[in-house]
Design a protein around this ligand. Sequence first.
Ligand code: GRF
Length: 199
Amino acid sequence: MEDKDLKRLVVLISGEGSNLQAILDNIAAGKLSANVVGVISDCADAGGLKKARDAGVPTAVVAENKYADKSQFNIALQQQVEKYQPGLVVLAGFMKILSVDFIQCFAPWIINIHPSLLPKFKGLNTHRRALAAGEQYHGASVHFVTTELDGGEIIEQAKIKINASDDEATLRARVLAEEHKIYWRAIQRIINHHREFKL
Ligand code: GRF
């Protein structure tokens, strides 16, 4: 495995970017020794773009509707990520499924945060599904990205008890607060101990 500078983080977002903000805050606080060298969104009005700019981080938008087809979009996305010369590609609420080519280009150094206790509840609407299934516990997982959706090795998990009073919105908020605690820690673990993982 070639030695990459894993401290060079390129973060992919689609929305509010609260996980991005938590990563930036922990870098600023000196707890996470890494740099966000670029933030890319597939959505021009993603709130996270402003968070990145406010932190002085270069940003780019690669919107699928600007390309003739999905494969052109995937190529453009890959090229934009490569421009930032990432060590680690960090998916933080990025709502597009990445192509096999993209994943193979950056693997194994692509990670994602997923709002469930994987392997439970892969895919979308995890909070609603956890409630509907009558789960006692729920949470979030940081995992390596492979071509199997939400299927790569788990790096960190946060587990919370579902309260009788929880609805989808309260559960989402409680899990999101846990996400903010585990994502930067997972990144620091990879930077420090990447040889421990079965990659
Ligand atoms: C998070 O719940 C993350 O787990 C999911 O999308 C949400 C992104 O939130 N993949 P934010 O954009 O980081 O605020």
